[in-house]
Design a protein around this ligand. Sequence first.
Ligand code: HEM
Length: 399
Amino acid sequence: MGIGNSLDQNLLDLNWNQVCQKYCLDEIYGVCLPAAPSLEKNTKYKPWRDICERLPELNKKKSIRSAIAGLEDISTDDIKDTKDQIAAVSMLLLMTNSYLFCDMENIPTEIPSHLAKPLHELTRQLKVKNSLGYVQLLYNWRIVNPKEPISLDNIDLRYSFTGLDDEKYFFMVSTCTDLLLAPMIRELIEAIQNASRNNNNLLLNNLTKVVELWKSVHAIMPEIHNRVDPQAFYNIVRPYIGGYHDTSMFPCGVKFGGVSPPSCCSRAEGGSTGNDPLYHIFEKALQITYKSPTGVAEAYKTGFIEPHQKLVADIESTSTIRDYIKETKDAELIRVYNELIDGYILFHTIHWTYIQRFILDNVPHIPKQMIKGQGNTPVTFLENKSKLLEESKIVLDSS
Ligand code: HEM
C-alpha cells in the first residue's frame, strides 16, 4: 500500500510511515518536529533569525522593542510546508512575547504589523491560536550531538528569551519527555489496531513497552528541581510565556497591527504543556475520561496544529483498548493497563510538586483556589488530577 492514498484511510489500516505522513509526525521524534532546514537557510528570514539569536541580550536591555521596530515587512507567501510554517510561527511568537513582556511595568497592547501580519496569516493557515503555545516548543529545540542518544544533556533550546539555564531546563525537561515518549505514539496506534483484531499477545506487548517509556520519563522529571531555581523561574522566565487573556493586563486584548479588520484583537491563553498533543494521544488511546473545568479541553486543542488535532480526534473515535480489555477480563492485560494509569498518576504527582514549589511557594498570600496557569487552567484541577485518574483503572466486578 503506497503512502499516496493514506490520507483517506482509517487509522486501523495505516502503517507507521502512513501515520507519520497523514498526521505530520516525525518518524523518530513524534510530535516534536526537528528543525526545518529550508527556513533556516533562507536569507529572506535572516532578520528574524538575527533578532531571535540576540533575544537574551535584547530582552535584558529592554531594547527588543526598538530592534523589532527596525524590522521590515517580510511576506511569508513562499512558506507552504507545515514544518516551515511552524518554524516561522515559533520565531514570531518568541519575538512577540519578548516585545510584550520584556518590561512588565509598561506592556504595549498592540503588536507591530511586521510581526502581527505574518503571525496572523501563518497561524490562520495552521489553524492554531495566535499566542504562545506548544507550537513554539515543537520547533524550538535542537540536538547537541547527533551521534549521542537523546538525553537532557544532549538537547538544547534553539532560541531563548533569557539565556538562563532556568529557562533551558524548564523547557527541555518537557521536550525531553516528548522525545522519550515519541515511540509511545506508534505503540499506542498499534495497540488500538491489535485490540480491534483481538490480538491479546501483541496488545500486551505494546502496552508493556509504553509502561517502560513512562518509567524513563519519571527518571528525568526530578531534574527540574535540581536545575531550575524557583524564583528565577517565577520572576524572570514565566512572564515570557504569558498570553493575552488577563483582563487586568489587557482590558481590550492585544491588537494585531496592520491586520484587517483593523480592530482585529486577540485574547488568547499563554504557553501550556496542556497544548502538547502527546498527552491527549495517550489519554484518548487508553479511553481515559474525567471531568475537566469548562473550556480547558477546548482551549488546549487550539494549540495543536490541524494534523495533530485530527490525530487526537481519530484516536478518540477509533480506540477500544479499555473496553476491549474490560471485556476480555484478561488478568495480564488488566494488570498492564492499570500499571499505565499508575505511571500517568505518578507523572501528575511529580508535576504537582513543580506547581507547589515553582508557583504556589512564590505567592503564599494568594489562595490556591484563585491561581490559574498561563493556559488558564485552575491549579486545583491539576492537584486533583491524580484522584480523577484513579477512577480510570479497570476494576472487575467480583460478582
Ligand atoms: C517549573 C515547572 C513547571 C510548572 C510550574 C508547571 C506548571 C503547570 C501549570 C500551572 C499548568 C496548567 C497550565 C494551564 O494553565 O493550562 C501545567 C500544565 C501541564 N504541564 Fe506543567 N509545569 C511545569 C513543568 C512541566 C513539565 C516539565 C512537563 C512535562 C514533562 C509539564 C507537563 C504539563 C502538562 C501535561 C500539563 C497539562 C496537564 C493537564 O491539564 O492535565 N509541565 N503545568
